[in-house]
Design a protein around this ligand. Structure first.
Ligand SMILES: *[C@@H]1O[C@H](CO)[C@@H](O)[C@H](O)[C@H]1NC(C)=O
Length: 364
């Protein structure tokens, strides 16, 4: 069913129906057999894996046909990466190191396939990769459910004041003799607004439909399919309407020059005073200083953030002093199964690129 959301062109079947939204087409197997035929040694391709903690599932797939070179340093030592990338045919780019002209130059002109192991690719100089005509894959979709689960967790935590409540316990400040102590916002009958309504946004909406919300509004460039709108009682609106009418606003869009900083003081001033803001996308979509002011002055009710600007966030950042900000260290896709699936998809992307076939999830 997720296939419908992500518009994967190939009807994909095979070993990994257990990876939601993905399984692998016969095309790939054919590709591998071709590789085997043309590579009598079976290891004609060199592939760099840029991080030692890339889950084994993907590496095992690559190993069938490729010699694996792996960056060992954690955190990544750029010099080691630039040295080991020299002369490789493919790269499984684990981690968020800049993937730019410097790295591509270091690799050399034989490089023919790259896949990241992430959905967002803001650390990749995509025009530069494109200019060199190197196929680039990424791993959206497989992380949708893990990120959506976390978003719902943040939404509840921020609306029901988990962080503030925990601090009350720590500081021995129970005031449960008050009848209105730590009252939060209801999810039932609410309007949930999505800034960005792709696979992740829709996975969040699907989960929230179990909480008896009233309706969904969304702001995107393009309208989603009518049947998706009907499924979630969702309506496309302009940004100002989204801000004015939503009880919860969930940021689920990519970071681009158009989305950078759009959640600023002007935006917060158009939101309901009871509104809860959730960001599971990228920190820079929010002007964090303006958010701090909006939360501090109770211009909006609370925020739940899995992403910040910068990351890592300093432990002395003023955002962390607020009772009404629930802040997590970018753990949206951090489940064991999701990461294993991401490495599998990334490996398939790399193999397809090497075989001269379309990638499972091309980034451009
Ligand atoms: C907020 O961003 C919008 C553009 O998205 C801009 O027009 C507006 O001036 C900004 N407001 C502030 C306070 O920076």
């Amino acid at each position: 069913m997720l296939n419908r959301f992500i518009g994967l062109s190939a009807a994909i079947v095979g070993r990994s129906s257990r990876i939601s939204g993905f399984a692998f087409s016969p095309l790939l197997k054919a590709g591998n057999q071709n590789q085997n035929r043309t590579m009598s040694a079976g290891k004609a391709f060199k592939v760099l894996v840029t991080h030692p903690e890339v889950p084994q599932e993907g590496i095992d797939l690559l190993k069938e046909n490729c010699e694996i070179i792996q960056v060992q340093s954690v955190p990544t030592n750029r010099a080691e990466l630039l040295e080991k990338i020299r002369g490789v045919d493919g790269v499984l780019w684990g981690g968020h190191q800049p993937l730019n002209a410097e790295a591509l130059d270091a690799a050399g002109p034989q490089l023919k396939s790259i896949s990241t192991m992430s959905a967002g690719i803001d650390y990749v100089d995509v025009p530069e990769v494109k200019r060199r005509k190197i196929p680039l894959g990424h791993t959206p979709t497989v992380l949708n459910t893990a990120v959506a689960d976390l978003a719902v967790g943040l939404l509840i935590a921020a609306s029901r004041r988990f962080h503030e409540g925990r601090k009350k316990i720590d500081n021995d400040q129970w005031e449960n003799y008050h009848l209105n102590w730590l009252l939060g916002q209801d999810i039932r009958d609410s309007t949930v607004g999505f800034y960005g309504f792709g696979g992740i946004g829709q996975a969040i909406a699907k989960r929230l439909s179990g909480f008896d919300i009233d309706k969904v509004l969304y702001t995107t460039r393009r309208r989603v399919h009518k049947e998706i709108e009907e499924e979630f009682n969702a309506k496309k609106v302009d940004f100002d309407t989204l801000l004015a009418e939503s009880d919860f606003i969930v940021i689920a869009s990519p970071l681009t020059k158009d989305t950078q900083g759009v959640f600023n003081a002007t935006a917060f001033n158009k939101m309901k005073q009871t509104a809860v803001l959730i960001n599971i996308a990228r920190g820079k979509i929010v002007n964090q200083d303006d958010l701090y002011e909006a939360l501090k002055s109770n211009r909006i009710f609370s925020a739940g953030l899995d992403v910040t600007d910068p990351e890592p966030l300093s432990p002395t950042d003023k955002l962390l002093t607020l009772d009404n900000a629930v802040v997590l260290p970018h753990i949206g896709s951090a489940t064991k199964r999701t990461r294993a699936d991401m490495s599998t998809i990334a490996a398939h992307n790399v193999l397809r690129g090497l075989a001269g076939e379309p990638m499972l999830s091309p980034a451009y």
